[in-house]
Ligand binder design. Sequence first.
Ligand code: NAG
Ligand code: NAG
Ligand code: NAG
Length: 237
Amino acid sequence: MYFATLAASVLASASLAAAANFSVLVGANGLTFEPNNITGAVAGDTVEFLFYPKNHTVTQSTFAAPCSPMSSPAAGVDSGFLPVQADATERPAWSFTIQDASAPLWFYCAQGQHCVEGMVFAVNPTEEKSMDMFVAAAKASGDAAAAEGASSAAGGASPAAAGASSAAGGAAGSSTVPPTATAVGGAASAASASTSSSAQAVGAAAAESVQENGARQVLARAATPLLAVGLLAGLIL
Ligand SMILES: *[C@@H]1O[C@H](CO)[C@@H](O)[C@H](O)[C@H]1NC(C)=O
Ligand SMILES: *[C@@H]1O[C@H](CO)[C@@H](O)[C@H](O)[C@H]1NC(C)=O
Ligand SMILES: *[C@@H]1O[C@H](CO)[C@@H](O)[C@H](O)[C@H]1NC(C)=O
């Protein structure tokens, strides 16, 4: 009797201890995830992202295409854009639970040039598919886009044009995330998009290896259109 009870309580606390929570800061110091990779994560672990000012996403991609949303074998998870004003005192949080840790998981920020500037994140990178390689590939995808833009614009490509076309490429990717996650343009819609997409993600979770938990805590913000226009450049750049 006594031993059975003891064994049960040891098992219970062992399984509680096994589910780790990793915390990642999004944009706390420039265009970064901090840390930019976590290792030793196992199925059942939670990765929670705290969003700092500007307007970032946590979007699942693949090792082969760091700055594009994962679409195969299933759509990856995506926080959607979570804009945070520079003077915000609370931070939105978004998390996912790892369903399968047998292979690395790859993520990026889908805002403008953030990914090609190295704003990427990984769960359990390996020696064969390392964090360094992923960061390099993300930056190289920007070089490739810029080179393409420069060569296709005959007679003097402007850097602005090249930048604009790769920004468009990055933004276009967000249209392939689940429909409910594409609603952007304000705190309220971003929050509801994330929340409703968490229900969707469950169905595809086995293939994705992760399950979204949705935005738990979102700022009460009065986003007036005029203010939004004025802040747009600051949030993106
Ligand atoms: C981990 O995070 C989840 C969801 O955010 C929470 O429900 C759980 O209590 C956390 N566990 C620990 C050990 O902090
Ligand atoms: C991976 O993250 C650790 C901190 O968790 C960091 O020390 C290391 O430099 C990171 N690796 C790369 C390649 O950035
Ligand atoms: C956040 O960024 C997205 C994509 O660039 C944009 O559509 C959205 O309007 C931005 N939100 C705010 C509040 O600036």
